[in-house]
Design a protein around this ligand. Structure first.
Ligand code: NAP
Length: 266
């Protein structure tokens, strides 16, 4: 069987680098190129993977696709870059696996339309780790049984968006599982601006940024006389790789836009 040809967008970043290494090590996948404007023209191996590869990093998705004919593009870039990359890839019928978070409002609707128009599938997941996926599933189930909920997420200091895509997706899934909003009592006097966090359907969402963490999240639900805490901790970015590989291997079996890994984890 032919190996799946994979292009990595954001290949110079924390996630992109690891994805490129992981794809290169997978016997059924072929790393054909990388895109990252900051590394354009550099040797992909030397700059990104630590040894010469003879493969050049491209500065934009279009030229990378022309040069290396990928079947799948994996995108771990930035909120202001991702849609341009995806438009370019889907227009050329390259299937997409997207981990970038903080997408602009309306982006998913546009993406769904493009996927259908071009008959090209895409998987967008705010979190490719199995544990986080299950955390979201459990939190949505618990949300129907409690009247109060708070989500606190912790991420490394370099993260560009807040709250995390995972926290937002968790809150949205919990909210969608319920008929009514959670109770969200507001104290009469607030001595500090923003202290109650953001709100999604009465669920408080709080973000913290610091060195020492990769991506952690705690969901606390409250009811009469009890609380339930669902906690997920990431100790290294490797936790995202099995999910990324799963998505790359199965994206062609999907139709249109698929949100989250849940469908692939049954
Ligand atoms: P990062 O280290 O900042 O990497 C992003 C890389 O993309 C940077 O090298 C950046 O270059 C590059 N880039 C910018 N514009 C680009 C473009 N148009 N085409 C190609 N590359 C471009 O960030 P990260 O920590 O790897 O995270 C990347 C994204 O993945 C974030 O949105 C993060 O939230 C998300 N993430 C998702 C998951 C998940 O499981 N879904 C897990 C972890 C992280 P410059 O630095 O020069 O701008």
């Amino acid at each position: 069987v032919d190996r799946i040809r994979v292009l990595v967008a954001g290949v110079g970043g924390r996630m992109g680098r690891l994805v490129a290494e992981t794809v290169r090590a997978a016997p059924d996948l072929l790393l054909v190129g990388g895109v990252d404007p900051a590394y354009a023209g550099a040797d992909l191996g030397e700059k990104v993977l630590g040894q010469r590869s003879g493969m050049r990093v491209d500065g934009d998705v279009s030229s990378a696709i022309t040069r290396c004919s990928p079947q799948v593009m994996v995108d771990f870039t930035a909120p202001d870059a991702v849609m341009g990359n995806l438009r370019g890839a889907i227009a050329r019928k390259v299937a997409c696996v997207v981990g970038t978070t903080g997408l602009e409002e309306g982006a998913l609707e546009e993406l769904a339309r493009l996927c259908t128009e071009q008959a090209t599938p895409a998987i967008v997941a705010p979190n490719f780790s199995v544990g986080a996926c299950l955390m979201m599933r459990f939190a949505a189930e618990a949300a129907t049984r409690f009247e109060y909920a708070q989500i606190t997420e912790f991420h490394h200091a370099g993260k560009k968006d807040a709250p995390s895509g995972t926290a937002l997706a968790t809150a949205e899934r919990m909210s969608a599982a319920r008929a009514a909003d959670m109770q969200a009592p507001q104290p009469e006097r607030l001595a500090l601006e923003g202290v109650m966090g953001g709100q999604v359907g009465g669920i408080g969402v709080h973000a913290a940024r610091m060195d020492g963490v990769v991506a952690d999240q705690r969901v606390v639900l409250g009811g009469p006389g009890e609380t339930l805490t669902i906690e997920h901790r990431t100790t290294s970015r490797e936790c995202f790789m099995p999910g990324v590989l799963l998505a790359v291997r199965h994206v062609f079996e999907q139709e249109g836009l698929v949100l989250g890994l849940g469908k692939l984890l049954v």
